[in-house]
Every structure is written in C-alpha cells, then in structure tokens.
Design a protein around this ligand. Structure first.
Ligand code: A3P
Length: 283
C-alpha cells in the first residue's frame, strides 16, 4: 500500500484540523459515546506531557486499568472497541471541552487536564511534525511557528484549547495540571493526583512512581515496548523516540528568535486577555 499524499493527511472537522487517523464518521459519532462513571479522562493539547501523565496515572492504580488510545483516534469501530473494554478505562483525548462527548460531562467523570508553556509545546510539536511521516511536511521552524500561532496544526489553536478547559478548572471533577509543576516537584503532583483519584498511597510508593516516571526511565523502558501498540497513547506514531525527545523546560529559548518571542507574547496577551491563569504560563 502506498503512503498517503500530503493532502490526504489532514481534514477539518468543526473548524479543527484532525489527521485522517481520526475518521470523520468517528468524530461525528462521538456525541453518542457511552461514558462510564468511573472512566478517567486524560486531557491535553498535543505535546504537553500526555505520555508522562499517563505513565504516572497507570502506576498509581494497583487494580486493573486499561489505558486506551485517544478517543478521537480511529475509525467508526473505535467506540464499539471501547465499549467492550472492562472498567476501569483511562481514556486520553486532545479534544477541546466543547467537543467532548456529553456523557463524560453528564456522568461527572474525572478529568485531568495537563498544560505546558505553549512556547515549549510549539517547539516540541515542531520536532514531532518534522520527524513524523503521518503529519504534513514542515520545512522550517519559522514556517511552523506561524502555523502554530494561527492554530493551523493538528488539534487547532492552543489558545482555544486552553481557554475551553480553563473555564472548567474549578469543576469538582476536573484537575488542572502543568508540565512545569511536574518537573519542579513530581512527588507533590503525584500526591495531588492520588487524592483526586481517591487512591491511598504511601510516601514510599510515591517516590517509587516518581523514579519509574523519570524521563530517562520512561524513554528507556518504552523503547523496549516500541513494537507493542498497546503501549501507544499517541496513535500518530509507533516510534517512541518521537515522544521522548528532550523532556526539558525552556527549550523554546534554543529556537525562538527575539522577534518571534515578541510576536508570540503579543498574540498570547491578546488571546489570553480573559484568562485568569495567563500570568505565569509563559516566560
Ligand atoms: P519535548 O519534545 O519537549 O522533549 P506528549 O506526551 O503530550 O506528546 O508530550 C511529549 C513531551 O513530553 C515531549 O517534550 C517529551 O519529551 C516530554 N516527556 C515525556 N515523558 C516525559 C518525562 N517522563 N519527563 C519529562 N518530560 C517528558
């Protein structure tokens, strides 16, 4: 089978670019998804630390849990496949709040949202695009920078995504996290997650999870699991090296020109002027 041409890689649904790995039929039928009260949603804009958080959450449970690929990835049979899984399901998604299947909201499922300095997210996404044959070609960082600011990338605008979820940050069933806080004090965040998920855990167990969730441990271990599709949160690649790239805070400084930084901050300040969390997200 030949690989898809550039034009076939992306389609737009409700104004948001999706890869063709998310079939239009699946996206249309998401509203009918039958959520369960004990489902846990792991929500992120791409390249915000989804795999890291997934690693932590699955290690927190001592009972059987199934980590799925994102709900919006696949064809129409996806929802049926998820239906067949026994509980508890940990379901990742990159959907913005408005596109989330209403059943998750009605049943007050627990949702953990992870965000990251969008400058670092943009850089991480650039590398992901560059090295991933399932995404359109981007020739230069400068070209990608413009696409990112316009929201002309998979999953659309970072700003719209963040703002749609920020509105719900104080909902009882939502936990809002930042990548940078996980870097700064992972044991505290693991503790916060355990409280949110009603999991009793000792300090010793928290230390153990943190050790197993370090960048180097995850990178090494998941490279061994490379060939196992069950370990893939992201359905856009089976190449784990694309996911565990650098794992640092502030890599944007190695990519942004001073002019790009000014432009980014201007647009950030404009788009985020109604955000209560805007201060402190970028630096
Ligand atoms: P970089 O590209 O900046 O290295 P996602 O899982 O949402 O696709 O996000 C991927 C980003 O999270 C990548 O960022 C990756 O390196 C980083 N990451 C993954 N696991 C990590 C870990 N254990 N510790 C720190 N960063 C991690």
């Amino acid at each position: 089978m030949s690989s898809p041409g550039e034009a076939e890689l992306i389609h737009v649904f409700k104004g948001i670019p999706f890869t063709t790995r998310s079939s239009p039929e699946l996206l249309k039928s998401l509203d009918n998804f039958d959520a369960r009260e004990d489902d846990v949603l792991l929500v992120s804009y791409p390249k915000s630390g989804t795999h890291w958080l997934a690693g932590v959450i699955t290690k927190l449970y001592t009972t059987q849990v199934t980590l799925t690929s994102p709900i919006e990835f696949g064809d129409i049979s996806k929802l049926e496949e998820l239906n067949k899984l026994s509980s508890k399901r940990i379901i990742p998604t990159h959907l913005d709040y408005n596109m989330l299947p209403p059943n998750f909201k009605n049943k007050k499922c627990k949702m953990i949202y992870i965000s990251r300095n969008p400058k670092d997210t943009a850089v991480s996404m650039y590398h992901y695009y560059r090295d991933n044959p399932n995404l359109p070609t981007v020739d230069t960082w400068t070209a990608f920078f413009d696409l990112f600011l316009k929201g002309d990338v998979v999953c659309g605008s970072w700003f719209d995504h963040f703002l749609s979820w920020e509105e719900h940050k104080n909902d009882k069933n939502v936990l809002f996290l930042f990548y940078e806080d996980m870097k700064k004090d992972l044991p505290k965040i693991v503790h916060d997650i355990s409280v949110f998920l009603d999991i009793n855990i000792s300090d010793h167990e928290i230390q153990d999870i943190c050790k197993k969730s370090s960048f180097s441990e995850m990178k090494t271990n998941t490279e061994k699991e490379n060939s196992d599709p069950n370990h893939t949160v992201c359905a856009l690649t089976s190449n784990r090296k694309l996911i565990f790239r650098k794992g640092t805070v502030g890599d944007w400084k190695n990519h942004f020109t001073p002019k790009q930084n000014v432009k980014f901050e201007e647009i950030f300040n404009e788009k985020m002027k109604l955000s209560k969390m805007a201060k402190g997200i970028i630096y």
